[in-house]
Design a protein around this ligand. Structure first.
Ligand code: NAD
Length: 470
């Protein structure tokens, strides 16, 4: 069995405690994971604080070189990292490789970003300089659905801007990040990057730590609320990337045969465990039956299995708690809707559930109103564009959304009024390292990726002086 270690102050160390990580495709123990104590967290923060001044003073071109070296190191170990990711997360191996590709790509492309200042003059004619400074020690808290790709949203910019980092993976998927920490240890000065795993018990201490200046958090709305409450004691900067309940609206002129495969992919990728998956599918009455038939055919064709098995298109749910939650939501949905595909578990160990389509269901059920975060899609009927827009917007979430129609003017007019951070037309939300991403309403605060994402890892500082007489 592989051994994993925490990265604290440039040293690879055992955790003060340990507990097992399971493979969700077998429910067997994959490895024993080191778990940091609060004392180890404090040591990591002290190391990051001590490393900050010289890292912030390092010429940015040198930091760029290190980011590119990290990208090369990730590429060189991509297969090893991807295999471990599939083992602990469950996703098909090609998807795991895609995450590692994205991580290396983000390090490489973000290395080239400028952190530009600005010179202006104020009303009194003063010379005013706007500088962008690093914040200090930043905490990065990650969920279990995309342990590597979501790190790519945070770590390259945090380091490029001159911050030092405490990275904390989710307790059920810590191993790939610990291995990454080990692989990167010699590329960065001691203390610049610290990787600690916990047992879901260090979040409060991390959030309340007086020497952490900012936390970039990705996870659920419920935990996001605790994060925000805990940040108040030290007035930490926060970026919150939280849950979603994305609506996709398919208008009456869309062709079910053509769009169904795209809708299916955007709802069931990563077995539905995607913050910006389609989670409520609204289909116009005129094409409702045809669309349900197409989606059921696609769901029936899915190959559910271990991510290493040839041909697997959909892996297991990542952990038992999430698996049981999705099964509960499905049980509730059966009371009012009709399951036309899936709804069954293959006869094998592992947290597997076949892609499931539920039709003739509407608001007022858990499946429609809550974030299911699993492979169960409600297909909801509508007849009027204005009515469906109001229903789609009637949600505390606002992460993504999409409108599907060959009539681009009609689709754009609706997209404009869909209340979400990212809206697609004839596609659901795609992620690109250079395009900013963030949610509206309770789906989050702040932005990641793109120029805006970089600025979130900086502090604006203004220096002004009277203009010298010439
Ligand atoms: P979660 O909120 O349970 O856990 C996320 C992280 O927070 C974990 O590392 C966990 O250990 C940590 N944590 C737990 N308690 C904490 C506390 N009190 N303070 C600080 N950190 C604490 O989320 P999850 O179940 O791992 O992930 C699924 C959720 O994440 C879904 O709601 C999904 O939509 C969301 N998500 C959002 C995005 C996005 O970009 N908006 C991306 C991926 C996932």
């Amino acid at each position: 069995m592989m051994t994993f270690r925490l990265l604290i102050d440039g040293q690879l160390v055992a955790g003060d405690a340990s507990s097992p990580v399971l493979n969700p495709a077998t429910e067997e123990v994959l490895a024993e994971c080191p778990r940091a104590s609060e004392a180890q967290l404090n040591r990591a923060v002290a190391a990051a604080k001590a490393a900050f001044l010289s890292w912030a003073a390092t010429p940015i071109d040198h930091r760029r070189d290190i980011l590119r070296a990290i990208a090369d190191r990730v590429d060189a170990h991509a297969d090893e990292l991807a295999r471990l990711l599939t083992q602990e997360q469950g996703k098909p191996i090609d998807s795991a490789k895609g995450e590692l590709w994205f991580l290396a790509h983000a390090f490489r492309s973000h290395a080239a970003y400028e952190i530009a200042g600005e010179v202006m003059s104020n009303g009194a004619g003063n010379h005013v300089e706007l500088h962008r400074k690093p914040l200090g020690v930043v905490g990065l808290i990650l969920p279990w659905n995309f342990p590597m790709a979501l790190l790519a949203f945070k770590l390259p910019f945090a380091l490029l801007a001159g911050n030092t980092v405490i990275a904390k993976p989710a307790p059920t998927t810590p191993l790939t990040m610990l291995l990454l920490g080990e692989l990167l240890a010699d590329l960065l000065p001691a203390g610049v990057l610290n990787v600690i795993a916990d047992d879901n018990d260090l979040g409060d201490a991390l959030m309340q730590h007086p020497d952490i200046r900012k936390v970039s958090f990705t996870g659920s709305v419920a935990t996001g609320r605790k994060v925000m409450a805990n940040a108040s004691a030290t007035l930490k900067r926060l970026s919150l990337e939280l849950g979603g309940n994305d609506a996709a609206i398919v208008l009456d002129d869309a062709d079910p045969k053509e769009v169904a495969p795209k809708l299916f992919a955007s709802a069931f990728g990563n077995s539905g465990q995607v913050c910006i998956a389609i989670k409520r599918l609204y289909v116009h009455d005129a094409i409702y039956d045809a669309m349900c038939t197409e989606l059921a055919t696609l769901a029936d064709a899915a190959v559910v299995g271990d991510g290493f098995e040839q041909g697997t298109t959909h892996g297991p749910l990542q952990n038992k708690a999430q698996f049981e939650r999705v099964l509960d939501i499905l049980d509730d949905a059966r009371k009012s809707g009709t399951v036309i595909a899936g709804g069954t578990r293959p006869d094998r160990p592992g947290y597997f559930l076949r892609p499931t389509i539920v039709r003739d269901i509407a608001e007022g059920t858990r499946l429609v109103d809550e974030e299911q975060f699993g492979p169960v899609l409600p297909v909801i009927r509508f007849t009027d564009d204005e009515d469906v827009l109001a229903r789609a917007n009637n949600s505390p979430y606002g992460l993504g959304g999409s409108i599907w129609s060959p009539d681009l003017a009609r689709a754009s007019a609706l997209a404009e009024r869909l209340d979400a951070g990212t809206v697609g037309i004839n596609q659901h939300v795609g992620i690109d390292a250079d395009v900013p991403f963030g949610g509206s309403k309770q789906s989050g605060i702040g932005t990641e990726l793109g120029k805006e994402g970089l600025l979130e890892f900086t502090q604006l500082k203004v220096i002004s002086s009277p203009r010298l007489a010439t």
